[in-house]
Design a protein around this ligand. Structure first.
Ligand code: WT7
Length: 649
């Protein structure tokens, strides 16, 4: 973050108050802030009451074993019952839960009553496969309704799902299966993307071969592409279709684990973030209702995230369904078969709430205003953004071109670890500034602190922390309590350190500046520099690698790798391409470096630590910063020269 951009931020003077019409009908009222401040726990208790509990809790928050929280302990509920059955029981069985649009244009409409049948059948199928409460189920699916159904089926029987993004490689899937000792993998033959069927099953086969914990693989037929079938494999339609639509949900204690979701940290090994039931669903539902102003009888809601990310968990599956939303799920990419596909979908389904990522918004900006202009977007009444800081220009474009200069925009800050939105405007309350997530939501206490952990006032920049436990907070890292304490709670004892830099402007609005650790943010996805370095070094040609995230106009950050080859390995015309593919194979296509430079040396301090700051300077074509602490200051000249001839595609 350079000084100039900080200056720019602090002089942002454009203000967007909500319109009187919006205020008059908004779910969230300004009084919520006061209510939450005067009695935070009572406030969260009231939010928990929006769910249906089989048994009421004994205690709102038990923080006696900090940093391991228990929310609503003693309470009992079934998460799937809350997301499905209760809406049918309250007379909304005929309401559409999911409008599905496949990339090739095939559609499905699933009502709440049909969803209840499908989830019940899938739950019965899991039981037939011997899946029990507490067992781990890996889900590796494209964005099709079965992803939601599979997650809810797990929740219904108390099994813990671990969704792995379909873009991750066989190796990434394998390591996640192994870490959680998953007993079952739910996958598909493939999915549609960019006009083609991409196969998923081969990656599962490769992963399962090396995963002794996996007893079965349940395969949804999506594309009809040829797949190899082994002893452990069962077609979804063979097993699930024949099951009974009757399944009585069991009720589980509030702290029953709901899911594990892996996310990158500063080391090479992804962390299995653990979330539990009652507190998670409470805050997912609360935020979805208030931040998106959901009107279940009127809105068509569309969150474009994949279920492989936390946004898909909280704002495609759990939040919207707990609130009885009607939502759109779209399988494919925004440019297939043409670059106006999203706007065509907004018009076709009369989408009223759209939640997406800045990287997508910037891409649409580049594609031009005439594409959205070809479609009727007047149904849109609220727009959301998540994943990385949204540039003020992109914010304004989003509002003017997509939101007809009238929709509120909610820029929502949160993390896999926080489970739900933490910092965001409330759409009928907050006067927003383009590019700022504004204020912590009611019930959330966030502060910006300096190195010593001292809370900073307005006009100051530092590190973003969360001061009090919140209901949807992570309960730990799967199998690694020490790493949980060390990663989040040791920097400032007793306080959660988010890993982000942030600034408070003169009015106290929060401007999140991005990660301060060795974690990159590429298109809103977290990838650790160490993970990519390890992937590169696992190639026999590579002796050493240093990876940095360089700012990129489209993707926020782009991965740039500096690679030293082993003695004896020589650079050929395909070496860079080979190495890029190698990373894709090890981690997934999202981690493919945009640029790889073969260098003779990387800059290191005398103690041997890679100086990423200098490499970032080079990758971003800046004049070099201070090189005096380098073990060998001449190294940088060689690297800078290489950069101008470095390969990219
Ligand atoms: C990191 C969390 C939360 C779902 C998507 C990403 C960055 C997220 C914002 C925002 C600025 C943001 C942060 C955070 N981030 N939302 N509105 N403004 N930065 O989840 O993969 O767990 O990544 O994404 O750096 O720490 P995630």
């Amino acid at each position: 973050m350079n000084n100039e951009s900080l200056e720019n931020l602090s002089t942002e003077s454009r203000l967007y108050p909500p319109s009187a019409d919006f205020v008059a009908q908004a779910n969230a009222k300004a009084e919520m802030y006061e209510a939450a401040t005067s009695d935070r726990l009572k406030f969260w208790e009231q939010q928990a009451e929006r769910l249906s509990w089989h048994k009421k809790w004994n205690q709102i928050l038990d923080w006696s074993n900090a940093p391991f929280a228990k929310w609503f302990s003693g309470g009992e509920l079934n998460v799937a019952y809350n997301c499905v059955d209760r809406h049918v029981e309250s007379g909304h069985g005929e309401q559409v839960a999911i409008y599905f649009e496949g990339e090739p244009g095939d559609t499905r409409t699933i009502t709440y009553s049909q969803l209840k049948d499908e989830v019940s059948k899938a739950a019965n199928a899991l039981i037939e496969l011997g899946i029990k409460k507490g067992d781990r189920v890996a889900i590796y699916l494209p964005m099709i309704p079965e992803a939601t159904i599979a997650m809810l089926a797990c929740a219904r029987i108390g099994a813990i799902h671990s969704v792995v993004f379909g873009g991750f490689s066989a190796e990434a899937l394998r390591s996640r299966i192994e870490d959680a000792s998953a007993k079952l993998v739910i996958t598909a033959d493939g999915g549609f993307r960019k006009g083609n069927a991409f196969a998923l099953k081969p990656a599962v086969d490769e992963a399962v071969q090396k995963s002794p914990s996996v007893e079965n693989v349940l395969v949804v037929k999506r594309c009809g592409n040829e797949v190899a079938f082994g002893e452990k494999d069962i077609w979804w339609h063979d097993l699930v279709d024949k099951q009974s639509t009757e399944h009585s949900p069991e009720f589980f204690e509030s702290e029953t684990p709901l899911f594990i979701l892996y996310t990158s940290g500063t080391t090479g090994k992804p962390k299995g973030i653990l979330h539990t039931s009652g507190g998670y669903l409470t805050q997912a539902a609360f935020t979805h209702f208030n931040v998106f102003d959901l009107k279940p009888d009127k809105d068509i809601y569309w969150c474009t995230a994949d279920v492989g990310w936390v946004t898909g968990h909280s704002y495609v599956v759990y939040g919207p369904l707990a609130n009885r939303a009607s939502q759109l799920i779209y399988e494919g990419t925004p440019d297939t078969p043409h670059k106006a596909r999203w706007w065509e979908l907004v018009e076709k389904y009369k989408v009223s709430i759209l939640y997406t990522a800045p990287t997508a918004i910037r891409t649409f900006m580049k594609w031009g205003d005439d594409l959205p202009a070809q479609h009727d977007l007047s149904s849109l009444r609220l727009l959301g953004s998540v994943g990385e800081p949204i540039n003020p220009e992109a914010w304004i474009w989003y509002r003017e071109v997509i939101g007809s200069s009238k929709t509120p925009i909610v820029d929502t800050w949160w993390q896999t670890e926080t489970g739900s939105i933490m910092i965001s405007p409330l759409p009928g309350v907050t006067e927003t500034k383009p590019g700022s997530a504004m204020r912590p939501l009611p019930g959330i206490s966030a502060a910006v602190v300096n190195d010593k952990g001292e809370v900073l006032g307005n006009g100051k920049g530092g590190y973003l922390t969360l001061r009090e436990p919140w209901p949807s907070m992570l309960r730990g890292i799967w199998g690694d309590d020490e790493r949980y304490k060390e990663t989040y709670w040791s920097q400032y004892p007793g306080i959660y350190f988010a890993g982000d830099g942030a600034k408070l402007d003169d009015d106290g609005a929060i401007w999140v500046l991005g990660r301060v650790d060795d974690v990159m943010n590429v298109s809103g996805h977290r990838i650790s520099t160490t993970e990519v370095e390890s992937a590169l070094v696992s190639n026999p040609m590579v002796a050493e690698a240093a990876v940095v995230g360089a700012s990129d106009e489209m993707t926020g950050q782009a991965i740039v790798a500096f690679v030293i080859l082993r003695q004896g390995a020589t650079e050929g015309p395909d070496t860079v391409q080979e190495l890029r593919n190698h990373v894709a194979k090890e981690i997934g296509a999202i981690a493919k470096p945009k640029k790889i430079l073969i260098v003779a040396e990387v800059p290191k301090t005398r103690s041997g630590k890679i100086m990423r700051r200098l490499l970032r300077d080079v990758a971003e074509n800046r004049t070099l910063g201070d090189v005096t602490t380098l073990a060998d200051p001449t190294v940088m000249n060689l690297i800078s020269q290489g950069m101008t001839t470095g390969s990219e595609d």
